[in-house]
Design a protein around this ligand. Structure first.
Ligand SMILES: [Mg+2]
Length: 181
């Protein structure tokens, strides 16, 4: 049977957003993120990070730096293997050769194909309208994590999302309620 996943945005969802972060020593988890990831994993969900990292396409950071930030994040989250995979788009917005940037659902679909995931039973969690759009377009439920939503897109993101979570704990509780029902 296909597995259910929770797709996770990275910046301002799992870790504090520092634009074009390439220095792992500056990685700080968002409050509640580590516990939430562990609970979701224990509940049987496979976790995938889905992140736009245009700093690579802009020549500001390297893929290796993105990887080192990811690894630092994973070590702060705790138990090894909590994150099952990473999908990044390194292209800059509008790059005609790369259509994978969120709000495109392409990275979620890629993960679903590679890992045999049931998108209809899966969730996307993020802090941007583009996360919500990507999740819904992929056929997932989409949760707006209302910790760092840019003011100018907050109303539309909240209206569009399947659920608005005030913190990580309420996001996990909502998923667990849906899981049972
Ligand atoms: Mg984000």
């Amino acid at each position: 049977m296909a597995k259910a996943a929770v797709f996770l945005d990275r910046d301002d969802t799992l870790i504090e957003n520092i634009p074009y972060l390439g220095d792992p020593s500056k990685v700080r988890l968002m409050p509640g993120a580590a516990e939430a990831c562990q609970k979701l994993r224990q509940a049987g969900y496979f976790l995938f990070v889905v992140s736009n990292q245009s700093g690579v396409g802009r020549g500001l950071i390297t893929k290796e730096q993105v990887r080192s930030v990811d690894l630092k994040m994973e070590s702060l989250i705790g138990a090894a293997g909590t994150i099952s995979g990473y999908y990044h788009c390194f292209a800059t917005p509008g790059d005609p050769y790369d259509e994978r940037r969120k709000p495109s659902p392409a990275m979620l679909q890629e993960a679903a194909h590679e890992h045999v995931l049931d998108l209809a039973r899966s969730f996307m969690i993020g802090n941007r309208l583009s996360d919500i759009q990507a999740g819904l377009q992929a056929g997932c439920s989409a949760i707006l994590l209302d910790l760092c939503v840019p003011m100018e897109e907050k109303a539309e993101a909240a209206r569009t999302a399947s659920f608005v979570a005030k913190d990580w704990n309420s996001a996990v509780e909502w998923i667990q309620r849906r899981h049972k029902s």
